[in-house]
Design a protein around this ligand. Structure first.
Ligand SMILES: [Zn+2]
Length: 266
């Protein structure tokens, strides 16, 4: 695996490992070439398992430590514990149901969401005591899944000012044309930063900017929110893009975990 995306902000958090995979370095065949992480795409399940195993190994993690959300374009956040390890790792059917975001304070659990244009949002407490991940397309962004995730951290005693957040590669306004109606809904609910225009001047959404401004409005410090610059639809050489590839494509996986410290108590 020659490349994957990491955030400078999250890389500075002690004891936390994270990354967003690309489409390179896997075994899947076209149109899933090659590191497809999604079972629901129509790809061969055994290839998806091998891809996931390879990707987690790059991060020093194991597939049986991973937990995947079902992802229903909602805003439900699950608090994940040791007994959830392996959920959704080998099949879609036992992923954490009805959720688009996962949070845990336990070490040795790799939280994962799948994306191909939607924003993967990775969270960590600044001291490394808890981690989280969320999937935000336009529906999840409007439903404020990022805010619900921030609230779940607050319930664990971690206020927004102590969060570090990364928004991974997603579709950017250059390629994300939407209807005038959806453009207006986004603008009214989330402000002028949440929308933009395509290169041709058509109405577009800016999912990364929308989620960033939402996080800042909740009290996450400005320097604590990192945004990946790439547009997934502009870079189908490197990323899967649902929009650019007309739905026939794979998924990347955003993963974050507290590293299990050697010698620590179980
Ligand atoms: Zn683009």
């Amino acid at each position: 695996m020659d490349f994957f995306w990491q955030s400078r902000v999250l890389a500075a958090v002690p004891g936390v490992v994270h990354g967003v995979s690309t489409r390179r370095g896997g075994v899947s065949r076209p149109p899933y070439t090659s590191l497809n992480m999604g079972f629901h795409t129509g790809d061969r399940p055994e290839d998806v398992v091998e891809n996931r195993r390879r990707w987690l190994e790059v991060l020093g993690l194991r597939l049986d430590e991973a937990v995947f959300a079902e992802q229903v374009h909602g805003a439900e956040v699950a608090l994940v514990a040791a007994g959830d390890r392996g959920k959704g790792a080998l099949r879609l059917e036992d992923a954490v149901p009805g959720t688009d975001a996962l949070v845990t304070a336990e070490a040795g659990i790799a939280l994962a969401v799948l994306v191909a244009d939607c924003v993967p949002i990775l969270f960590a407490a600044a001291d490394g005591s808890a981690v989280g991940v969320a999937h935000a397309g336009w529906r999840g962004t409007l439903a404020a899944v990022a805010a619900r995730t921030v609230r779940r951290f607050a319930e664990l005693g971690i206020p927004p000012r102590q969060l570090r957040v990364a928004l991974g590669p997603c579709i950017r306004p250059c390629c994300y044309e939407v209807s005038e109606d959806l453009y207006q809904r986004f603008r009214e609910k989330l402000g002028p930063e949440a929308v933009g225009h395509t290169r041709a001047g058509r109405p577009a959404l800016d999912l990364a900017a929308a989620n960033r401004s939402l996080l800042l409005s909740l009290g996450v410090p400005q320097g604590a929110v990192d945004v990946a610059p790439d547009c997934t639809a502009c870079r189908t050489d490197l990323y899967f893009s649902h929009r650019a590839e007309k739905g026939k494509t794979g998924r990347m996986a955003a993963v974050i975990a507290r590293r299990s410290a050697a010698g620590s108590l179980p």
